[in-house]
Ligand binder design. Structure first.
Ligand code: APR
Ligand code: PHB
Length: 411
């Protein structure tokens, strides 16, 4: 069987939010791109994920021309509640950051909107087409090899964007001796439940209780998303809806728990928590974007937002490199993206440590678990009772500014 050959300027591996957003922004600038995705579009849309968008992300979706539904249906949140020992503290995001807020709109919906915008522009996307190999990455004409319905293809391109998530092939294509991977795995997972019930509160509640962590989030005025932390060895089958609601009720602050409306789950799953960064994010003409290069625990709502800032940096640099025929500017991608990624990693780690009971986990300074808990509850108490502390939290929750990549913004 002969391999069929195709061409494009930018080959994008993965049609998650990173790949779709990058593809749309590049297309708006007249840059040719092809997306290759291992699974079907429906499978991609079946993965339930977080839903808090920073302003930078919202602006990019608008630039990409896919913001119509988000602007109609997304809920603007000016504040977020942190509960500790039954006491609720509101972080007034808008007041503490000089007018910034976040938007609550599900990742699944963003993905769907980007897919539709891509389809409307008739841009090429290959679904059920696993990428099996990347060749010539350090040459100026790399190739992406994939198969689709039993046929092998070779996509020849100028640049490859590895937007293929944590388990993708892109990161593995950087020789092991040239990359360093930093990782922390946490001893618990988040059990999440989605239900068509009104949210317990109009703003999110992050909660540290004696019984563990809880988060009350939402997708709309009629759809709620809740999480509790559970030991890593728990299986979702051992958690009936009733058991979940009962445990959530016991962890939420009493005043909120009284308002909790329960109902059957639409989706229920357990996600492990991990901090992970690969350095560098570039090898030759391959660039890692989003979950392919880094993972954060979800406690700071940063996963999707860090993917967006990678896209913003790579899109600007690719645009400049292609228009000015100056690929050298792309050398700046990794350092620029990593600086903001590490801020997001640190914030997510910090929020995770403050809001969970890390029983049995010793602190990095060598103190025992009990001592570590005391430090962390004191840390939370301090930040929630200081204007300066709340400002530090708010500034990071709404999202730090994007890095300046030294090239003009095409928008
Ligand atoms: N060939 C083609 N596609 C692949 C391959 C492969 N070999 N390996 C993985 N993929 C696809 C996956 O099927 C997936 O659809 O790459 C896509 C990666 O998408 P995501 O995992 O959603 O990653 P990303 O787009 O970077 O999204 C980041 O997702 O996990 C959250 O917290 C994260 O919210 C953030 C967002
Ligand atoms: C969610 O709504 O799924 C969500 C919100 C905030 C987080 C994590 C998840 O920090």
């Amino acid at each position: 069987m002969t391999t069929k050959r195709l061409n494009t300027q930018v080959a994008i591996i993965g049609s998650g939010p990173s790949g779709l957003l990058l593809g749309q922004l590049l297309a708006k600038q007249g840059i040719d791109n092809v997306i290759i995705e291992r699974v079907s579009a429906d499978y991609v849309l079946g993965r339930i994920r977080a839903g808090i968008l920073e302003q930078g992300f919202v602006d990019l979706v608008r630039q990409a021309g896919a913001a119509h539904r988000m602007d109609q249906e997304g809920l603007v949140h000016d504040g977020v509640i942190i509960a500790h020992n039954n006491q609720q503290t509101r972080i007034d995001l808008r007041k503490l950051t000089g007018g910034k807020s976040v938007m609550c709109y599900g990742q699944v919906e963003i993905t769907r909107d980007l897919m539709e915008a891509r389809q409307a522009m008739a841009l090429p996307t290959w679904y059920e087409a696993p990428v099996t190999n990347l060749a010539g990455i350090t040459s100026d004409n790399p190739k992406v090899l994939f198969s689709h319905q039993g046929q092998d293809y070779e996509l020849s391109c100028d640049y490859i964007a590895g937007c293929d998530g944590f388990h993708g092939i892109s990161r593995q294509s950087i020789p092991a001796e040239l990359r360093t991977e930093y990782e922390r795995v946490y001893p618990f997972g988040w059990l999440g439940l989605l239900s068509d019930t009104p949210p317990v509160n109009h703003e999110l509640i992050y909660c540290r209780s004696q019984r563990g962590f809880a988060l009350a989030s939402m997708r709309s005025h009629t759809r709620s998303r809740y999480y509790i932390d559970v030991p890593l060895d728990h299986k979702v089958e051992q958690w009936s809806d009733e058991a979940f609601w009962e445990e959530l009720h016991r962890r939420l602050p009493e005043e909120a728990a009284e308002r909790l409306v329960t109902g059957p789950s639409i989706e229920k799953s357990i996600a492990p928590l991990r901090s992970f960064v690969c350095e560098p994010l570039q090898y030759g003409r391959l660039f890692l974007v989003g979950d392919a290069g880094h993972i954060v625990p979800p406690t700071g709502a940063k996963g999707l937002n860090l993917a967006a800032s990678d896209v913003a940096a790579l899109y600007r640099l690719l645009n400049h490199a292609i228009r000015q025929n100056d690929p050298s500017c792309l050398q700046r991608y990794s350092a620029a993206a990593l600086r903001r990624i590490w801020h997001g990693e640190r914030f997510s780690w910090w929020m995770t440590n403050m809001l969970h009971n890390l029983d049995g986990v010793e602190g990095s300074a060598g103190e025992g678990a009990d001592t570590y808990q005391k430090f962390m509850t004191s840390e939370l108490d301090f930040y929630l009772n200081s204007e300066a502390g709340k400002t530090v939290l708010a500034e990071q929750y709404v999202g730090l500014p994007y890095e300046d990549c030294g090239v003009p913004d095409p928008a």
